[in-house]
Design a protein around this ligand. Structure first.
Ligand SMILES: N[C@@H](CCC[C@H](N)C(=O)O)C(=O)O
Length: 252
């Protein structure tokens, strides 16, 4: 139940988690169905970091080089790399239409929508890019993080009436045409150290806005991810998997 998930995910007394992942048999014949619950108990369609971890587990346990994971938003594919601890996920295609994100109002150009924070003539944040990569994201482009209190602004934007299904909110700094740095307020969670789907969302929006190449490194407080938006429109996320947290959980 949502109450049980909230208790399990609570950071106090801890260790807690951002998401609780439940693995089931896949009705569509993939290796598994991955059910994703946020810390607030809500069920959602995508989680890049969980996908990487679950793909790693499937491939290690079955000595496979690839795998298929069904989620509420479709089937995504995992593949092993030459490094045992680095996994790639094909996160599928981004959706940019306002109905698909979804937004409550029609916007033709989702590269930058009218959603500002602060006074009309001197907004603190403005013109976020929006995209759905299995879940909804809004990305504000900023020069530095120090002027913004994401823990204060995040909840307001997550619950803004423009987002009928709420949204994940990111602040993104474009350091170069191959490097983005990200801070994320996750829907149903709060500030996070890492968000794979936000990294994908920021990468495709940056490239769509001609701020970066189609292949970028995305730095989050918890580490780096490498995102490639392929010419066939699929987003490939590559990053590390570690077991330390799992060992800690299992023995405590
Ligand atoms: N909070 C997100 C789902 C989880 C995102 C995740 N941590 C990731 O790595 O992508 C949502 O509600 O959409």
């Amino acid at each position: 139940t949502p109450e049980m998930i909230k208790r399990f995910a609570a950071r106090e007394p801890g260790p807690g988690c951002d998401q609780l992942i439940v693995l089931e048999q896949s009705p569509a014949g993939a290796d598994l169905f991955m059910r994703i619950y946020n810390a607030d108990g809500s069920e959602v369609g995508a989680c890049g970091n969980a996908a990487r971890c679950v793909a790693w587990l499937i491939m290690q346990e079955n000595a496979q080089q690839t795998c298929r994971i069904e989620t509420l938003s479709g089937i995504i594919g995992g593949s092993a790399t030459s490094n045992e601890w680095i996994t790639s996920i094909d996160m599928g295609r981004p959706k940019f239409d306002w109905q698909d994100i979804p937004l409550a109002e029609e916007f033709h150009d989702t590269r930058g929508i009218e959603l500002q924070v602060g006074p009309i003539d001197a907004p603190i944040l403005h013109t976020p890019s929006v995209v759905n990569v299995g879940n909804p994201h809004a990305i504000y482009w900023v020069k530095s993080f120090s002027n913004y209190d994401l823990s204060g602004l995040g909840p307001l934007l997550e619950h803004h009436p423009l987002f009928p299904e709420r949204a994940n909110i990111s602040l993104a700094i474009v350091h170069s045409d191959t490097h983005i740095e990200l801070k994320v307020w996750e829907r149903g969670v709060g500030l996070t150290k890492a968000c794979g789907s936000a990294a994908c969302a920021a990468a495709v929006c940056a490239s769509r806005n001609k701020l970066t190449e189609r292949e970028v490194k995305v730095t989050l407080p918890g580490g780096d991810l490498w995102i490639t938006w392929r010419e066939d429109d699929h987003i490939i996320m590559t990053g590390a998997v570690a077991l330390d947290g799992i060992i800690e959980l299992a023995t405590s």
